[in-house]
Design a protein around this ligand. Structure first.
Ligand code: NOJ
Length: 752
């Protein structure tokens, strides 16, 4: 606690949250008008009504209508029917004593009706502008149905593909999580929350939910304080700086303290140091789960803890409803604390413009699934697909006539949407099979389709003989493998992340016939497939690509566009390598291929091996299958002329870095140029590489471009052993490359 306090003191010096952030979401009136309205309401409210504002209930709650009419409910979630939403809102505005409108929450995670790729896939686009555009579209569609609050973005940094919710994250890097999270915040909220096409964002899960031990959802997060501050918290801060209206707490405990009652993290850091004035919402019953965690003996104590932590609104459970008034009467909670929470909720309602227009259904909204929305979803699916392997099989030439389309994900309209889809309909999905058939009909090609496995996890291949004979008469095999959507997402962690069911056997069945095999993998996480990778001539990793996955994949396969996605997460060779991530520390005994002692090289008669080797696994070595930032293209790019404006720089200054990128291939393509640094020596050991910036650049064949990065040395700091944020003097290495493993290298020095 002492260190935390010291840290907060330091942070208060370095974190300056602009007041504009909060003003930018201000609703229809001036600041004074807003305050006047909110204070007027507060002064008229009974304690019971105040507590009611702190409650969020599921739409199927039996007393919903009554509670709303009596002014005893602040928010509802999970009501999909716009007519009913309208009724609930009407009750709140017209029937309740003070006419306070409802916050209407929904998990709008990667699209509303038009489903975009899962967030992990979106991160693979390395294109925050596109992600912002997708969130803008999702907000427009959701708002047109009466939703005014989305429970996204999720910026939980994770290093564990076993964790089912990795699908919903932006991967293993905190900068990517922060950049994509803030893009979603901007997309949802636009410039003005009161605009009826915008909805409030809710950044989640505060904090360390992605650190679940063993990747098992909801598990405890044990994390050193410095990593909490250097890796987990920065994306939240970036989203707050982007103007996020609200934050959701996490289910897990952090070093033994449940996140929903975490006073140092919420009251002291989020509120007092970062100055966050928005709403903090619990996760579903996470407040009363403090009892199950073994942190508070009763729900009443849990309510007390959460209030102390400044947790404003309780999702689904009823500890606030049941005990807050009692806690005030007992003198343990000051009514002012409740007023503060209510004030934040009323302010958000005001900012959303709900007091002026509680029914933001606009006839002039673009239709759900408007063609422009579908086009954006297709573009995102294209840009998020990563080409992992290509021995020249892709793109397919126009001469290819007979195509064998095989696999459980070729025509799985529901599954390709991915996890967390409440409002998307599979009827609107275009699968690869549909899209390929359409293309074949136009061009006279033939498609031979076999689902082969009813589900990705099915153990038996249907009709292998027929599959084989169709493979033999095809020019190419397109294998659609992966996971159904149900295998990732909340509470859907896996201990085995290999391709499930008989998919490996399926690959073995179709390979070796002299026909090129192109695999398209659709999954909610990195899956491991090292054993069968040599049997594949090309691999496209499409994640769960959403509504327009089919047309996007068809365009990629036939080379209408080049793949440009890059991995936002390291792909292990084997599940036992986890955690494996690019920004690890060096150790005192880093491995090389020379020192890797492979299990097969251990002589059979050996009983004792010599000591003093390096940090690796006997069986799986030390390298991943594919590194962070990796992804191939149909073109080839050259980077050259890496230059620094200067070799020595004062801490706090901005270092300008230039490099030239040239497209040396035959096709137009985009490349993601990535900037990494390493501090060689520090008061704490620093990671071997850290992503600092990137640019996605599209070039025509032969075209070159000078790229400039401006590296702010203020961002190169970390929390030292005294938990002070410091940018230390000394030598730094710098790489500019097209993945985290390679690149041009130079060095610079920071002086104080
Ligand atoms: C629980 C999930 O953890 C959270 O992310 C989601 O927003 C809520 N349920 C509401 O569905």
């Amino acid at each position: 606690m002492k260190t935390l306090r010291k840290l907060f003191a330091t942070l208060s010096l370095i974190i300056i949250i602009s007041p504009f952030i909060f003003m930018s979401c201000a609703g229809s009136g001036s600041m004074e008008e807003k305050e006047k309205k909110v204070e007027e309401l507060l002064s008229q409210m009974t304690l019971e009504e105040k507590v009611g504002q702190l409650m969020q209930k599921n739409a199927d709650h039996p007393q919903l209508g009554e509670l709303i009419s009596r002014g005893l409910l602040g928010s509802i979630l999970n009501e999909p029917d716009p007519e009913r939403l309208h009724e609930w809102q009407k009750l709140a505005v017209e029937k309740s004593r003070l006419g306070i409108p409802l916050l209407i929450g929904r998990d709008v995670i990667h699209g509303f009706k038009t489903i975009f790729p899962i967030p992990l896939g979106q991160a693979a686009s390395w294109n925050p502008d596109l992600v912002e555009k997708g969130a803008r579209i999702a907000a427009t569609e959701a708002a047109s149905m009466g939703v005014n609050w989305s429970f996204a973005p999720m910026v939980d940094v994770t290093r564990d593909p076993r964790w089912g919710r990795i699908a919903e994250s932006f991967g293993e890097d905190h900068l990517l999580n922060g950049l994509f999270g803030s893009a979603v915040v901007r997309g949802f909220q636009g410039g003005d929350l009161a605009d009826p096409t915008t909805i409030a964002a809710c950044v989640k899960h505060f904090a360390a939910y992605g650190w679940a031990e063993g990747g098992r959802d909801y598990n405890t997060a044990n994390i050193p304080e410095n990593e909490l501050f250097d890796v987990i918290l920065p994306p939240f801060k970036m989203c707050i700086e982007a103007g996020a209206a609200s934050i959701m707490t996490a289910f897990n405990d952090i070093n033994g303290i449940p996140a929903t009652g975490h006073v140092p993290l919420m009251r002291d850091l989020l509120r007092n140091e970062w100055g966050f004035e928005g709403v903090v919402l619990s996760d579903w019953e996470s407040l009363i789960q403090m009892v199950i965690h073994g942190y508070t003996p009763t729900d009443k104590e849990a309510a007390y803890k959460a209030m102390q932590a400044t947790m404003d609104m309780e999702m689904a459970s009823t500890a606030y409803e049941n005990y807050l008034q009692e806690l005030v009467k007992d003198g343990r909670i000051n009514e002012k604390q409740i007023d503060d929470a209510v004030r934040r909720i009323l302010t958000m309602k005001y900012d959303l413009g709900l007091f002026d227009n509680p029914y933001p259904y606009l006839a002039e909204f673009p239709e759900l699934l408007d063609p422009s929305h579908l086009e954006a979803a297709k573009q995102m699916a294209i840009e998020s697909t990563v080409l992992l392997k290509n021995n020249g099989a892709l793109p397919l030439s126009a001469d290819v006539q007979r195509i064998a389309v095989i696999g459980p994900l070729a025509d799985a309209p529901h599954d390709q949407m991915g996890t967390w889809v409440f409002d998307g309909d599979k009827e609107h999905t275009v699968t690869p099979l549909q899209s390929l058939r359409e293309m074949a009909a136009e061009t006279g090609k033939e498609i031979f389709y076999h689902r082969a496995l009813p589900l990705s996890r099915s153990q038996e291949i249907t009709n292998p003989g027929a599959i084989l004979s169709d493979v033999r008469r095809a020019d190419v095999v397109l294998l659609f493998l992966g996971e159904e959507s149900i295998l990732s997402g909340e509470a859907h962690s896996l201990a085995n992340i290999d391709l499930q069911g008989a998919q490996e056997e399926l690959v073995q069945l179709v390979a070796g016939q002299g026909i090129p095999v192109v695999a398209v993998i659709m999954a909610g996480r990195p899956v491991t497939f090292e054993k069968i990778e040599p049997l594949m001539d090309a691999v496209l990793y499409a994640w769960h690509p959403g509504t327009m996955g089919g047309p996007a994949i068809t365009d990629l396969i036939f080379g209408k566009v080049s793949p440009s996605g890059k991995l936002p997460v390291t792909f292990p060779r084997h599940v036992g390598q986890i955690p494996i991530y690019y920004n690890h520390k060096n150790t005192g005994k880093p491995a090389t291929y020379d020192t890797w002692m492979h299990i097969d090289d251990i002589p059979e008669e050996a009983v004792q091996y010599s000591l003093g080797n390096t940090s690796h696994y006997l069986d799986y070595g030390f390298e991943p299958m594919y590194p962070f930032g990796y992804g191939l293209s149909y073109s080839t790019f050259e980077l050259r002329n890496l230059a620094l404006e200067k070799q020595q720089i004062q801490a706090g200054e901005v270092l300008e870095i230039t490099v030239t990128l040239e497209n040396r291939g035959d096709v137009e393509a985009a490349e993601v140029v990535q900037l990494y640094t390493r501090q060689l020596f520090g008061s704490r050991v620093r990671p071997v590489k850290e992503l600092r910036d990137f640019q996605k650049v599209k070039l025509t064949p032969g075209q070159q471009k000078k790229i400039t990065f401006k590296l702010n040395t203020r961002d190169l700091g970390f929390h030292n052993p005294d938990m002070e944020y410091v940018v230390e003097s000394g030598e730094y290495h710098l790489w500019v490359g097209t993945d985290s493993r390679s690149g041009l290298k130079t060095a610079f020095e920071i002086k104080h």
